[in-house]
Ligand binder design. Structure first.
Ligand code: IPE
Ligand code: IPE
Ligand code: MG
Length: 244
């Protein structure tokens, strides 16, 4: 941790928390047991991010495609989400964490949606860190939603075609107001995006680790951050241009 350069920490870290099922299967446990352990990794990661002073932590908790999993697993995931929110509320308040969520939240069971809405409301004026939960999230759906809203504003005469810049487009996304992620971490060794943040990660540094999500702890997070700090982010420029 001492090796981290405070001034070069990512402002926004996004995480694809993958590998709960494999973690459980390796131990001949039910996949649900893996998700339960996964919650512990979430708590640890949120705490570390907050301590380090990261501004935004986005966690991919449930994709829109995940609704197609066996009903038992989906139900358990929804229950775990609700329990997590209830259990962590005080922790969020104490640590000045503001919860926000993105995704097709209408898909959530009413009680989960209610708890989510309440947690968002109760933490709304905290400003130490933003914890952004992606639930029932799909990057493509987010883009389509933005396009539809832009069309509506255009037909109402509120937005002209020539005014649609990258900045304007970004405002139509769930992440409106948040910086783009600087670092994207995916656990469990899979090199794919699984429909996560397609627009926002144009210049994000990607880090993939073989560690399965339930095993992901502070030391693994620090490892990812150290790796990130070794990268040269060029944004299309040449090295010479960057170093002056
Ligand atoms: C990630 O772990 C959690 C969710 C997608 C909800 P998985 O459940 O995808 O675990 P694996 O990929 O099957 O190991
Ligand atoms: C991505 O993991 C979604 C979450 C981590 C919530 P998946 O396990 O659903 O992704 P695929 O199916 O391996 O691409
Ligand atoms: Mg998976």
């Amino acid at each position: 941790m001492e090796r981290l350069i405070k001034e070069r920490l990512p402002r926004h870290v996004a995480v694809i928390m993958d590998g709960n099922g494999r973690w459980a299967e390796k131990r001949s446990l039910s996949r649900i047991e893996g998700h339960k352990q996964g919650v512990k990794a979430i708590r640890d990661t949120v705490e570390t991010a907050r301590r380090l002073g990261i501004n935004v932590l986005t966690l991919y908790a449930f994709s829109r495609e995940n609704w197609k999993r066996p009903k038992r697993e989906v139900t358990a995931l929804m229950r775990l989400l609700k329990e997590y929110l209830k259990r962590e509320l005080q922790e969020m308040l104490d640590n000045d964490i503001r919860l926000v969520a993105m995704g097709n939240l209408e898909d959530l069971p009413p009680d989960v949606r209610k708890t989510l809405r309440e947690t968002i409301h109760k933490t709304r004026s905290r400003n130490g860190m933003i914890l952004n939960l992606a639930v029932s999230y799909s990057g493509r759906a987010e883009l389509l939603r933005a396009v539809k809203r832009i069309c509506q504003d255009n037909s109402k005469g509120k937005l002209r075609a020539q005014e649609i810049t990258s900045e304007v487009f970004s405002r139509y996304l769930f992440t409106n107001g948040l910086p783009d992620p600087d670092l994207l971490i995916r656990t469990s060794g899979e090199f794919r995006l699984s429909n996560f943040l397609l627009w926002q990660i144009a210049y994000t540094e990607i880090y993939v680790t073989d560690v399965l999500w339930p095993d992901f702890r502070k030391k693994d997070f620090i490892k990812a951050l150290l790796d990130y700090q070794k990268r040269e982010r060029r944004f299309g420029l040449t090295r010479r241009q960057l170093t002056g």
